[in-house]
Design a protein around this ligand. Structure first.
Ligand code: NAD
Ligand code: TYD
Length: 336
């Protein structure tokens, strides 16, 4: 397949590119990325020299650029990761979320429609369902009830994409994954932030009571699910992708501290996030039945490997934490 990957210099997009080229999912792979604070060419340095691979530095909002790329490259499929992806940043500044996640997805859908691309996979999130009270697990027919500007912008993108299937017959597929973790994740999200602060013996900020529940999915398991949906999914359908490993935040953070041999007293309760979703929980039955996909990486093993990766790559973390990260950290945490 000739693939266009958007946002491939970020956390999950780069995992997808490394796997796709290693496991021959693509004969051609073009990575279109704007290189925002979250985009990092170091994440994909290992594939730079691959003759199947091309990097294009650009914005998904740039319609003329999209037009010429689709014309030149004749893609069989688009895998659309590019997004503003962090809830806390969407609270500090929602504008970029509406621009990239909603308007950017619109531009990409227009380009795929004009080029009659055979598959358009929108990488979405279980956060579009909002907080799910126990004991229910959301399936693909659950109503959308997003709480944050991030999840609302993703829900907007989902609806727009599905409308392109219904109205124009654009072969759209939507996946909704739970919280991802793994190497190369920007240290603004829970797991890499906690590992990185613990390694530096700095306080670990726990929002509210820390009993919010997230379902953890290794990024490589997520990417294998995306490939399975590309190959076996039906256009117009939505597929949840969960790790089936729901844990309260406190337990995750305790596991990190125990693995690193650091004291639990580093955990520091701070003011809760506004609009904080209490629990995310989804069923993945539809994906399993339709494609045979199963998560392969048990959370304890994946977390241990991720901790070891951050331990071995302190220079990567130091580089991404210089500059912009400092002012973000100050803005997000100093008032809590
Ligand atoms: P990330 O923030 O690490 O990476 C996003 C990438 O998109 C960056 O490389 C950035 O430079 C690029 N980008 C941003 N705006 C762009 C634009 N206008 N044009 C081109 N490129 C642009 O994000 P991630 O965690 O890898 O998430 C990838 C996708 O998966 C997102 O769509 C996100 O909503 C979805 N998702 C993430 C999770 C998670 O736990 N991280 C879970 C479910 C779904
Ligand atoms: P996060 O990684 O931001 O993902 P999301 O909000 O999209 O689920 O946060 C995961 C959980 O961890 C969420 O309940 C908020 C909590 N959290 C903290 O308690 N402290 C922190 O510093 C961060 C970043 C998150």
């Amino acid at each position: 397949m000739r693939l266009l990957v958007t946002g491939g210099a970020g956390f999950i997009g780069s995992a997808f590119i490394r796997l796709a080229l290693r496991e021959d999912w693509a004969s051609r792979l073009v990575n279109l990325d704007k290189l925002t604070y979250a985009g990092n060419l170091e994440n994909i340095a290992s594939v730079e020299a691959d003759p199947r691979y091309r990097f294009v530095h650009g914005d998904i909002l740039d319609a003329p650029l999209l037009g010429s790329l689709f014309g030149e490259e004749k893609f069989d499929a688009v895998v659309h990761f590019a997004a503003e992806s962090h809830v806390d940043r969407s609270i500090l500044g929602p504008a970029a979320f509406v621009e990239t996640n909603v308007r950017g997805t619109f531009q990409l859908l227009e380009a795929a429609r004009a080029a009659r691309t055979a598959r358009f996979l929108l990488v979405s999130t279980d956060e579009v369902y909002g907080s799910i009270p126990e004991p229910h697990d959301a399936d693909e027919t659950d109503p959308l009830n997003p709480s944050s500007p991030y999840s609302a912008s993703k829900a907007g993108a989902d609806l727009l994409a599905l409308s392109y299937f219904t109205t124009f017959g654009t072969p759209v597929l939507v996946t909704r994954a739970s919280n991802n973790y793994g190497p190369f994740q920007f240290p603004e999200k829970l797991i890499p932030l906690m590992i990185s602060n613990a390694l530096e013996d700095r306080p670990l900020p726990i929002y509210g009571d820390g009993l919010q529940v997230r379902d953890w999915l290794h990024a490589d398991d997520h990417c294998r699910a995306l490939n399975a949906v590309l190959l076996h999914g039906s256009p117009g359908e939505i597929y949840n992708v969960g790790g089936s490993r729901a844990l309260p935040n406190r337990e995750v953070v305790e596991l990190i501290l125990d693995t690193l041999g650091k004291p639990r007293s580093l955990m520091t309760p701070v003011t809760d996030r506004p609009g904080h979703d209490r629990r995310y929980a989804i069923t993945t039955e539809k994906l399993q039945k339709s494609t045979g996909w199963q998560a392969q990486i048990p959370f304890e093993q994946g977390l241990r490997d991720t901790i070891n990766w951050y331990r071995a790559n302190t220079e990567w973390t130091a580089r991404v934490k210089s500059g912009e990260y400092r002012s973000y950290y100050e803005r997000n945490y100093s008032e809590r």
